[in-house]
Design a protein around this ligand. Sequence first.
Ligand code: MLC
Ligand code: AMP
Length: 502
Amino acid sequence: MPTLRFPLLQGDNDRTALIDGERRVTYGALHGLADRLATGLLEGKVDLEEERIAFFLPASTDYAAVMHGVWRAGGIAVPLNVGATIAELDHYLSCARVTRLIAQTEHHAMLGELCAKLDIRLLQPAELMAGEAGVLPAIADERRAMMVFTSGTTSKPKGVVTTHGNIRAQITVLLDAWGWSDSDTIPLFLPLHHVHGIINVLSCGLWAGGTVHLFPRFDAPAVAAHVAAGDYSVFMAVPTIYVKLLDHLDSLEEGEAKRVCDGFAAMRLNVSGSAACPVPLFEQWRARTGQVLLERYGMTEIGMALSNPLDGERRAGHVGQPLPGVEVRLYGENEQPIAEEGQPGEIRVKGPNVFLEYWDNERSTRDSFRDGWFCTGDMAVIERDYYRIMGRTSIDIIKSGGYKLSALEIEAVLLAHPAVAEVAVIGTEDATWGEVVAAFIVPRPGHKADAEEIIGWSTGQLSAYKIPRLIHFVDSLPRNAMGKVTKPDLKTILRAASARAS
Ligand code: MLC
Ligand code: AMP
């Protein structure tokens, strides 16, 4: 039985694993596709030996078959952002030293030149699944399984490498903590190049033997219609999506809005994460749907670490307690663990869920651990036994709609524009997105640039969600005695401006 050999797809063979448009794909069919794809990738070899296989695929049966096929053949799965620009893909593919890229034929024209430049074979899922399934290797838990790119405090995103054992730990802890079962059905509209979509929704759903309903992107009316029809038992999203759903409810006529709210009320669980859920949003969601959001805290490098309980108090503005098997400590500035409640410190994490390394980046890997503890860069405090996230240690990390963005990566792109002499990028608070990207630009003398021109320049180089929403042209940037831009001053300037405007 394939389910015993590779327990990431646990459903009985005739149960529905995926709903993909009009198609229902059973566990048996998905196993078959993954085995055939693995065999196709192996091309007669015994094991891919951690070859990096990238895929540029939207949420689809092919995506799941490719992910599991790469794992079964012993490769490292590198899921790519389907909204990425060629410049971003160039970085991911060359950093990971990818040898083969899987994409649908319709994307081959767009990817062909880059693949030729990087000497990557461009394939499509159907050709890899064309043959019969053969013998597949046994894969040990400590083998590398996946590389997901994450923005950090360096200008280019880093590849976070997790092992099969890490992935297993990240999934199984949630199956227990959140009571997953094979009768669960969950919609998946989150991007599949980040752990929220990959681990919490797709992988948990499939390991539990449940059904995952795939959407190519978040579409409030489409999702709400299925909720109203009572199609789902569990719902997981970033706070921005809950804001967008509340806006959508406001746009519906009363009867339809009630049916959607009733659909949410009937679910067994609504989870929020990837960014802070503001207390007013938590309260509005409860008032409108009767659901008490379960907020949890996680990160690409660790999967999930802290969670409010399934049974018990789910406290607004708090992320609960460490998940079973995940060790969490707060460390103060003196590098000592904090013993009492109420004292803020950096969250550090240890456990089988914690990633192996940043790919090809020994220095960043070393710098991100202290005494075996992974340093998250997030600050928190414990209040009446529950953790509350206070913010990040670096001002250069921005969270917009659940995406983590690096101010330095955006600055590097803007600075390359001929009319830009200096630039500083910050995140500024926003009711829908949590934070939005704001850029302060000092123009180069003799050059003319306007916001439209800068946005056009960024569009070819950065994914849409990284492009600055606010652009301010200034004569100079505030700097301290060392000449460093004082970004907190820029935040204050924007806050004062928005207070004046409202
Ligand atoms: C889209 N846009 C964004 C944006 N998402 N801008 C800023 N921040 C974002 N996050 C842009 C679009 O490109 C578009 O630009 C405009 O906003 C309006 O688009 P939209 O159609 O209204 O938005 P939509 O496409 O629906 O996207 C919103 C969203 C999406 C919330 C569904 O951002 C999303 O899927 N976010 C989830 C990210 C995620 O999964 N993070 C988890 C990381 S893992 P224009 O110019 O075309 O108008 C992690 C660990 C953990 O954090 O704990 O889980
Ligand atoms: P990523 O690197 O994209 O995986 O994003 C991880 C980051 O998202 C964490 O380091 C936190 O800063 C943030 N995050 C995740 N969940 C929460 C939450 N519930 N509250 C506040 N911040 C969160």
